[in-house]
Design a protein around this ligand. Structure first.
Ligand code: ATP
Length: 336
C-alpha cells in the first residue's frame, strides 16, 4: 500500500470550499485502491494572522517540510506574506501553469493546450526595494543561475510531455537584466536540438496569445511576466475557475489553483472547484501516480462533457459540492 502524507492549507475565502471538494475526491480515489492519503491540515492566511499574529506560522512551514507534498487552496490579503515566502523559502523555483481547453467550457482560446513555466524565486518578487513618502523602488533581480535552471526545467518538461516548441518571453530590448534571461534560455536550447526554440517580446506575446493562442506550446518566462501572462492564458480557456498550477522545487512541491480567495463569491458555495481539482491531477502526476491522475482528469472531462453540473462561472447553476459529487460519481461509476 502506497501512503502519502499530504499537507493541506485551506486558507481564506473560497479556499476551504474548494479544498473540501479536493479532499473528498481524493478520499473517493483511495476506495478499493492500493493507495492511502494522510491529510495534515495546516493554517496560513488572513484568518491565521488574526488568530496567531503570523500569516505563515513556523508550524505550517515545518508541516510542509515533513509531508510528501502540499495542497494549497487560497489566501486573501496576506498572499504576499504566505505564498511568496513559501516559494522562495522552499526553493520552489518552477511555477507550472497549464492552460487547456476542456469540453463545454466557454472559451475564446481555440485549441489551446499550452503551459507557462514561470521562474518563481526572483525578479520583482524578491521584494528588495525602498519606499519613501512619494516614491518607491523595486529591484528586478535576475540571475544567470536561476534563468538557466528554469530554462532547463522548461525544456525537460517539453521533452517529457512530447511538446514541440519552447518560447522564451522577455523584454530584453529594454531591460538589461532580461538579456541575462534570454541568453540563458538560448544556451540551454542548444542542448535540446529536437525542440523548436523561439524568443518573443512580452508585449507581442500578450497580443499573440489572443490572436493566435494555438501557436504556443511551452512558454518560459520571468516571474512577473509569467504571473500576468498566465492569468491571460486562463482567460482564454474559461477563466480562473479552470486554472491549476504547481510550484516545484528539487525537494518540495506545492500545488494550488491560480485563483485567489475570491471574496466576492466566498461563503456562497458556488466557487468552481475544478482549478483546485486539476491541481490535484498535477499533484498525482508529480507523485508518480499516473493512473490515478488519468482517472481523475477523465472524470473531470466526463462531467464537463455532459455539461449538466457546471458552476455559474461556466454558465451553469450548480454549486461547488454538486461538481465535486459529480466528479466522485464518475470515478465510482466507471469502476476505474
Ligand atoms: P484575492 O484578493 O484573494 O486575490 P481577488 O478577487 O482579487 O481575490 P481572485 O480570487 O483570483 O482575485 O478572483 C478574481 C475573480 O475571479 C473574482 O471575480 C472571482 O469571483 C473569480 N474567481 C476566482 N476563482 C474562482 C473560482 N474558483 N470559481 C469561480 N470564480 C472564481
Amino acid at each position: 500500500m502506497k501512503k502519502y502524507k499530504i499537507a493541506t492549507i485551506p486558507g481564506d475565502g473560497i479556499g476551504p470550499e474548494v479544498m473540501d471538494a479536493a479532499l473528498s475526491i481524493l478520499r473517493k480515489l483511495e476506495n478499493g485502491r492500493d493507495v492511502s492519503f494522510d491529510f495534515i491540515e495546516l493554517s496560513a492566511g488572513d484568518e491565521t494572522l488574526k488568530k496567531t499574529g503570523s500569516a505563515l506560522p513556523s508550524e505550517t512551514l515545518r508541516g510542509i517540510k515533513q509531508s510528501d507534498v502540499c495542497l494549497f487552496a487560497a489566501v486573501g490579503e496576506t498572499a504576499k506574506d504566505v505564498i511568496i515566502p513559501l516559494r522562495q523559502g522552499l526553493d520552489l523555483y518552477a511555477n507550472i501553469r497549464p492552460a487547456k481547453v476542456y469540453p463545454n467550457v466557454p472559451h475564446i482560446g481555440k485549441d489551446v493546450d499550452l503551459v507557462i513555466i514561470r521562474e518563481n524565486t526572483e525578479d520583482l518578487y524578491k521584494r528588495v526595494g525602498f519606499q519613501a513618502d512619494d516614491w518607491g523602488v523595486s529591484l528586478r533581480i535576475i540571475t544567470r543561475q536561476a534563468s538557466e535552471r528554469i530554462a532547463r526545467f522548461a525544456f525537460e518538461l517539453a521533452k517529457k510531455e512530447e511538446r514541440k516548441r519552447v518560447t522564451c518571453v522577455h523584454k530584453a530590448n529594454v531591460l538589461d537584466n532580461d538579456i541575462i534571461f534570454t541568453e540563458a534560455c538560448r544556451r540551454v536550447s542548444k542542448e535540446y536540438p529536437s525542440i523548436e526554440y523561439e524568443e518573443t517580446i512580452v508585449d507581442a506575446c500578450a497580443m499573440k496569445l489572443i490572436l493566435k493562442p494555438e501557436h504556443f506550446d511551452v512558454v518560459v518566462t520571468t516571474n512577473m511576466f509569467g504571473d500576468i501572462l498566465s492569468d491571460e492564458a486562463a482567460g482564454l480557456v474559461g477563466g480562473l475557475g479552470m486554472a491549476p498550477s504547481g510550484n516545484i522545487g528539487d525537494r518540495y512541491a506545492i500545488f494550488e489553483p491560480v485563483h485567489g480567495s475570491a471574496p466576492d463569491i466566498a461563503g456562497r458555495g458556488i466557487a468552481n472547484p475544478i482549478a483546485m481539482v486539476l491541481s490535484v491531477v498535477m499533484m498525482l502526476k508529480w507523485l508518480g501516480e499516473l493512473e490515478l491522475s488519468r482517472i481523475l482528469e477523465n472524470a473531470i472531462v466526463d462531467v464537463l462533457k455532459e455539461g449538466r453540473v457546471l458552476t455559474p462561472d461556466l454558465g451553469g447553476k450548480a454549486g461547488t459540492k454538486d461538481v465535486s459529487e459529480a466528479i466522485e460519481e464518475k470515478i465510482n461509476r466507471k469502476g476505474f
